[in-house]
Ligand binder design. Structure first.
Ligand code: HEC
Length: 123
């Protein structure tokens, strides 16, 4: 009798532990999956933009005025002009930033990555 009770208690503790680990994983920022294109886009953004912008799911932008990419918002990212601006050069939007030109494929991957990390819900 006693043994049964102890083992069910133990099982309960194990379940709790599994739940805690699962929750920790989801909230650690590594719980989201990126496809190969999105990962490449992220690497590109880390290289080109990370000295000013927070590129990933967590962290602050090194440049005080540069918005973290995860807060750009769905509205901007679904705007056709945004991908076009990535290709035509981003220089117009920030004065203290060098001009970047992305090709068609890169600009699509970048937009896809940025959509994947937005903290706001779907529009
Ligand atoms: C030298 C610093 C610096 C670098 C490098 C930089 N940015 Fe910015 N960025 C800023 C600042 C400052 C702002 C906010 C002021 C503004 O909007 O002009 C900003 C704003 C933005 C915005 C929001 C405003 C808008 O016009 O849409 C986007 C999107 C953006 N940056 C994308 C990028 C991307 C993509 C890269 C890399 C290819 C990049 N930035 C690299 C400094 C930088």
């Amino acid at each position: 009798m006693l043994r049964v009770r102890i083992s069910s208690l133990a099982r309960c503790a194990v379940n709790l532990l599994i739940a805690a680990v699962a929750i920790a994983l989801v909230h650690s920022g590594t719980g989201y999956a990126l496809d190969a294109d999105q990962q490449q886009a992220k690497a590109l953004l880390v290289e080109l933009c990370a000295r000013c912008h927070a590129v990933g799911r967590v962290g602050r932008s090194p440049h005080r005025e540069a918005p973290p990419f995860r807060t750009l918002g769905e509205r901007k990212l679904y705007d056709e002009d945004f991908a076009k601006r990535l290709r035509d050069g981003l220089n117009t939007m920030h004065p203290d930033m060098p001009t970047f030109h992305f090709n068609q494929r890169e600009s699509e991957a970048v937009v896809s990555y940025l959509r994947a990390i937005q903290v706001s819900g779907k529009p």
